[in-house]
Design a protein around this ligand. Sequence first.
Ligand SMILES: C[S@@+](CC[C@H](N)C(=O)[O-])C[C@H]1O[C@@H](n2cnc3c(N)ncnc32)[C@H](O)[C@@H]1O
Length: 293
Amino acid sequence: MSIALKPETTRVEALKHLGEIFREAGIETAQRDARLLLLNATGIAHTDLLSGARVPLGDAAAKLADHAARRVTREPVARILGEWEFWSMPFTLTADTLVPRPDSETVVAAALIGLKDRRHAADGVRVLDLGTGSGCLLIALLKELPGATGVGTDISQGALEAAQFNATRNGVAERAHFVLSDWEKNVEGQFDVIVSNPPYIADKVIEGLEPEVRVHDPVRALSGGKDGLEAYRAIAAALPGLLKDGGFATLEIGSDQAETVSAIFLKAGFTIEGPYADFGARPRAITVRPKAA
Ligand SMILES: C[S@@+](CC[C@H](N)C(=O)[O-])C[C@H]1O[C@@H](n2cnc3c(N)ncnc32)[C@H](O)[C@@H]1O
């Protein structure tokens, strides 16, 4: 599809035009997406948009038209821009990484709650992120915990390279280490805090997802096997050998999985804290701790 934007088209006209085209394409976040693409193509801040709504697009018209045409095919804005914000930090994305979701910030917040007074521990908290993807969970925690060090694992070498890049980009590379591993298999040592946003979508559900997710997110970041719970079973079996005394794990869950995931960890000998809700008030994370002997 070719999109008619001319150098003399004003910013406000472009926003209106793209909003309409995106709505017709079935995009729920049509107006937000039009704004994000316009800000990127013009290189201006949101406040400049308010004060300069009637400024013509000029040279930005061609880039904006090209990006808008990609969005109409349901390529996500994050993929078009090649980066996305998480925990107020920029994360570079590749085809190997999931786009970090705002919902996953619940995991970071819940892990910080779990640490309580250990947040500023002088001895240095050790963090493990199983299935690190872009590195967003680990990097956000290292940013919040200046004395902490951490390990991120993934089964995808491409994802680990992106995570390493993001650790450097966000100033925590000296405290982060990334390991190619099937969950914990190649991980050494024990940890105070373990976080994970494992793949948790049941296989038969994936084909019904929106194209932004089904076509553009890596399938191994989505697929939780037949019932969506395979990764939780693997993690429950691995945790006892990975946690230091007093350690805990905070896990992202699907909004309808609080009971099923909790049942797996209760059966494996853990107590459950949460569920912690995301910004949409849906259950999104639980914290599990080994029962006292
Ligand atoms: C839902 S994504 C989460 C990525 C990132 N932590 C986030 O929150 O955006 C799950 C990640 O787990 C990784 N993964 C899937 N199976 C794995 C396994 N067996 N061992 C390690 N990582 C795995 C995927 O490659 C993917 O990066």
